[in-house]
Design a protein around this ligand. Structure first.
Ligand SMILES: Nc1ncnc2c1ncn2[C@@H]1O[C@H](COP(=O)(O)OP(=O)(O)OP(=O)(O)O)[C@@H](O)[C@H]1O
Ligand SMILES: [Mg+2]
Length: 270
């Protein structure tokens, strides 16, 4: 029998409550296995964030899941009671948001925010997670307010908040758009390494196919609310089938993406 995926999204349809004919996410199905790294790419407005938010149960109240199902280890998340769902979110999944300032409390020291809501956290655990996300002076960061940190440090603090729970799935919705490209890669690589270390699955949204080539096991391509292509990263990047994927690949960091994939393949053959 096939193994039950950690996360399974089936035929998901999301639309505005006031306009049920409009499908912002249309018949989206995918799975994430334990420990797997899956990237979602697609143009602006293609439904990437809505897909992530619906998994986290954080859809805007004006929107609703109109069809399909979201399952966690085979159990329907949509059918769960509020308490069951909150428990799942507290213990099994974490999310890193696009803009860290909206996720961080401006009036609370970073250390307190990291430990908030997590049972049995010791000071040493907070220091350790801050070290793991690459903070050079964790003792200072513990006491710092969000505005006293740089943009990159705030991203790292948010990753620390998400990872201290040792979630089994980390969802990262373009965690780095506000940062420059080199930091973007560093931050994503950090999440990649941390999730690997903790055996956490990673579902991440990005615009950068170079990042996909390096960090994702599988890639999902969304276009106008639908998944138009999906597969092993190397296969999708080397022989894209959908016109949108071809265009995406022809833009931006294509060359890098291809070179990286090809280089890794060649290495494999040696
Ligand atoms: N609260 C809302 N009410 C109505 N429409 C919405 C709402 N939130 C998002 N949408 C629409 O749903 C579609 C998908 O939005 P979503 O935020 O998932 O896009 P995205 O792929 O994450 O884009 P980006 O790359 O710009 O972040 C867009 O057309 C957007 O305008
Ligand atoms: Mg988005």
């Amino acid at each position: 029998m096939e193994k039950t995926p950690l996360l399974s999204v089936r035929n998901l349809v999301i639309g505005p409550k006031r306009n049920p004919d409009l499908r912002l996410v249309d018949d989206v199905s995918f799975t994430v296995d334990s420990g797997e790294r899956v990237a979602i790419v697609g143009e602006s407005g293609s439904g990437k964030s809505l897909t992530c938010f619906s998994v986290m149960g954080l859809l805007d109240p004006t929107l609703q899941v109109m069809g399909g199902d979201i399952r966690w280890e085979g159990d329907s998340v949509l059918g769960m009671s509020g308490a069951q769902h909150r428990r799942l979110l507290r213990t099994e999944m974490s999310m890193v948001y696009q803009e860290p300032l909206t996720a961080l409390n401006p009036l609370m020291p970073i250390g307190r925010q990291i430990r908030e809501g997590v049972p049995r956290v010791r000071d040493a655990d907070v220091i350790r997670i801050l070290e793991q996300v690459g903070m050079r002076d964790p003792a200072r960061v513990v006491r710092a307010m969000p505005h006293e940190l740089s943009g990159g440090m705030r991203q790292r603090a948010m990753i620390a908040m998400a990872m201290i729970r040792k979630p089994r799935l980390l969802i990262a919705d373009e965690p780095t758009t506000a940062l420059d490209v080199t930091i973007e890669y560093q931050v994503l690589k950090l999440m990649y390494d941390l999730t690997h270390e903790m055996d956490t699955a990673l579902l991440f949204v990005t615009h950068d196919l170079g990042v996909v080539a390096r960090l994702a096991d599988r890639v999902i391509v969304m276009y106008r609310g639908e998944i138009v292509e999906e597969g092993e990263t190397a296969a999708v990047l080397q022989t894209p089938e959908h016109p949108y994927t071809k265009r995406l690949l022809a833009a931006s960091s294509v060359a890098t993406a291809r070179t990286l994939v090809l280089t890794e393949d060649e290495e494999g053959e040696r």
